[in-house]
Unconditional design. Structure first.
Lengths: 222, 222, 222, 222
C-alpha cells in the first residue's frame, strides 16, 4: 500500500499567496521530509513557477481550462501550467465548477500534459461519474462542510465509504481523497481508515496560527 | 424489446415556437398514431403548457434547473415544468451545458418531480459519467455534427457502439439515443441497429420544408 | 407626472407559479383597478402565456436571452416572450446576471420585440452604466437587502438618490425603480419621495400570508 | 498630448507563454526604448511574475476577479496580480466576459490595488456603459474583427469615432484604445487619428513570423 498524500489548497487566501505561499510550501517540504508523507500545495497561478522551482514538493494548479493553446484570454491551458513547473492540477473544485464536457476536456488536456489529476466532487453520484474520466484522485468535499472545521470523516463517514465503493466499481485504479473540514491528525487517520488515499484541505493549514504545527499534527498518526 | 423513441428538440428556432410549435406537435402526434412509434417534442418553456394540453405526445422541457422552488429569477424548477404539463426534460444539452454538480441536482429534482430524463453527452467518457446518474436516456451528440445533416450513425458509428457499451457497463437500465445530424429513416434505422433506443433530433424536422414528410420518413424503416 | 408602477417578481417561489401565479395576478389586477396604480407581474416562463391572456395587467418575463431565434436549447428569445403575451422583461436581475455584452444584446432584442425593459442593478456605478442602454426602467436592488424585509429606501436612501442623479445625468428619460426589501405602503411612498417611479418587489407580496392585503397596503399612500 | 500606448495581449497562444513570452517582452522593451512609445504586454498569469521582474515595460493581467482575498479556488484577486508585479489589468475581454456587477467589483478591486485598468467593450453602448466605471482605458474590439487582420480603424472607423464621443460624454478622463485586427503602423496611425490613445492587439504581433519587425512597424508612423 502506498503512503498517504496530503494536498493543501492555498485558494486565494491572503495567507496563501506571494510570500505567504512560500512560507506554507517551506513548512510542507519540511514536514514531508521529517515524516516521509507526500505533501503537495495548490497555489494561485502566479505562484506556480516560484514554488515549483524553490521547493521539492508536488505543486498543483487550482484549475486548468480544457483548451489547447490559442486565442483565449484569461484562460490557462494544461500545458502552460506544466511548463511553469506544476506536476498536477485540481479539476472541478467546488469553487470553480466545470461542465461535464469541460471536465472531459480538462482531463484530456491534463493527461496530455502529464499532469496528475485531482477531480473534486460533492456526493456519491458525482464521484462515480468522475471515475469515468480515470483521474489519479477523486477528492470528495460535501460543500456544506467546506471551511467549517467539521471533518467529513466525522460528520458523514458514510459518504466517504460509499464513494470509495462507487469509484472502485467504475475504476479501481482511481484513488479517493477525503476533503472538507480536515484539520487534525485524527481526521487524516480516519480518512485513511475509511479507505481513502489521503486528504485535501485548505483553511485548516493556510489560516492556522501555526501552520507548521498543524502540518506536523496532520501526519502524526500515520 | 420496446419500440424506438424519437424526440424532436424545437430549440429556439423561429419555426419551432408559438403557432409553429403547434404545427410540429400536431404532425408528431399524427405520425405517432399512424406508426405506433413514440414521438416527443421539446419546446421552449412558454409552449410547454399549451402543447401538453393540446396533444397526446410526450412533452419535454429543454432544461430544468437543479433547484427547489424559491428565490430564483429566470430559473425553472423541475416541479414547475411538471405542473405545466411536461412529462420529461432534456438535461445538459450541448447548448445548455451544466456542471457535474448541477447535473446531479437536476437529475434529483427531475426524478422527484417524476420527469423522464434525457441527459445529453458528447463522447464516450461523458456518456459513461452520465450513466452514474441513472437517467432514462443518454443522448450522444458529438458537437461537431450538430446541425450538419451528417448523421453520427454514418460519420462515426464507433462512438455510438462504444457509448452503448460504456453506459451498459455502468448501468444496463439506461437507454441510449443517437443524436446529431439525424434526418432520415435510414439514420433512424442505423441508430437502432447500433443498439440505441431511438434518436434525438432538431433541425432535420423543425427546419424542414415539409416536416410531416420528414416525420413519416423517420419512422418508415422501423 | 405619471402614476407610480409596482412590479411583482414571482421568482421561482412555490407560492408564485402555476395556480398560485393566477392568484397573485388576480389580486394585482383587482388592486390595480381599485387604485388606478399600474401593477405588473413577472412570472416564470411557463406562466407568461396564461397570465397574459387571463388578466389585464402588464406581464414581464424574468429574463430574455439576447439572441435571435435559432439553434439555442433552453434559451428564450425576446420575440418569443412577446408572442407568448409578455409586454416587458426584467434584464440582469441579481439572480440572473448578464455580461455587459449580453445586456447590450438583450436590450437590443427586447426593443426590437417592443418589450418594456427593466434593467436591475446593484449600485450607483452599475445604474449609470445601465442607463447607457436607454431602458424604460432601472431597478436598483442592493443585493444585501434582497429578501430581508428591510427596505432600501429606509436602510440606504442615499444609494437611491445618487442612482437617480447618476441615471438622469446619462439619460433623463430612464425611470428608476426602488427594489429590495419593499413590503409596505410606507416603503412605496418613500421610494416615490426619493424620486423613483415605483418599486420592484417579490417576497413581500408573493410569500405574504395575505397577498391581497399587502397589495392594498402598497398603494395606500399614493 | 500624451504619447500613444500599445498593449500586446499574449492570450494563451503557444507563441505567447513561457519562454516565448520572454521573447515578445524583450522585443517590446527594445522597441519601446528605440521609439519612446509605451508598449505593454498582457501575459498569462504564470508569466506575470517573471516578465514583471525581467523587463521594464508595463505588464497587465488578462483578467482579475472582483473578489477580496479569501476562499476562492482558481480565482485571481487584483491585489495578488499587483504583488506578482503587474501594473495593470484587462477587464471584460471578449474571451473573458464579466457581468455588469463583476465589472463593477473588478474595477473597485483593481483601483484599490493601484492597477491601471483597460476595460474591453464591443460596441458604442457598452463603451459608454464602461465609462461609468472610470477606467484608465476602454478598448473597443468589435468581436467580428478579432483575429482577422482586418483593422477596425479601416473596416468601421465610425464605431471608433462614436465610441470616443460617447465615452467622452460620460467621462472625458477615460482614454480609448482601438482593438481588433490591428497589424501595422498604418493601423496605429489611423487609430490615433480617430482620437484614440493607442491600440490593443494580439495575434498581429504574437503569431507574426517576425514579431520584432511588426513591433517596429507598429510605431513607425507615430
Amino acid at each position: 500500500m502506498s503512503s498517504p498524500v496530503i494536498i493543501i489548497n492555498l485558494k486565494a487566501y491572503r495567507e496563501g499567496f506571494g510570500q505567504n505561499a512560500h512560507k506554507i510550501a517551506m513548512y510542507a517540504e519540511q514536514v514531508a521530509h521529517e515524516s516521509g508523507v507526500t505533501i503537495g500545495v495548490a497555489p494561485m497561478y502566479m505562484d506556480i513557477h516560484p514554488l515549483s522551482h524553490h521547493y521539492e514538493i508536488p505543486v498543483y494548479a487550482q484549475h486548468v481550462d480544457g483548451i489547447k493553446p490559442g486565442a483565449y484570454t484569461g484562460h490557462v491551458p494544461a500545458i502552460a501550467v506544466r511548463e511553469a513547473g506544476a506536476s498536477g492540477t485540481l479539476v472541478n473544485h467546488s469553487e470553480r465548477r466545470l461542465t461535464l464536457a469541460e471536465i472531459s476536456a480538462s482531463m484530456e488536456a491534463a493527461k496530455a500534459a502529464h499532469l496528475e489529476t485531482v477531480v473534486c466532487t460533492n456526493n456519491v453520484a458525482t464521484s462515480a461519474a468522475a471515475a469515468s474520466f480515470s483521474p489519479d484522485y477523486i477528492a470528495i468535499e460535501p460543500p456544506e462542510l467546506i471551511g467549517t472545521g467539521i471533518s467529513v470523516s466525522k460528520a458523514d463517514p458514510g459518504i466517504i465509504e460509499k464513494s470509495v465503493a462507487a469509484v472502485e466499481a467504475v475504476n479501481p485504479d482511481v484513488k479517493v481523497l477525503t476533503g472538507a473540514g480536515i484539520h487534525s491528525g485524527e481526521c487524516v487517520k480516519t480518512a485513511v481508515d475509511l479507505g481513502t488515499a489521503g486528504v485535501l484541505l485548505a483553511s485548516g493549514v493556510v489560516k492556522a496560527d501555526d501552520p507548521l504545527a498543524v502540518l506536523r499534527d496532520l501526519v502524526s498518526l500515520l
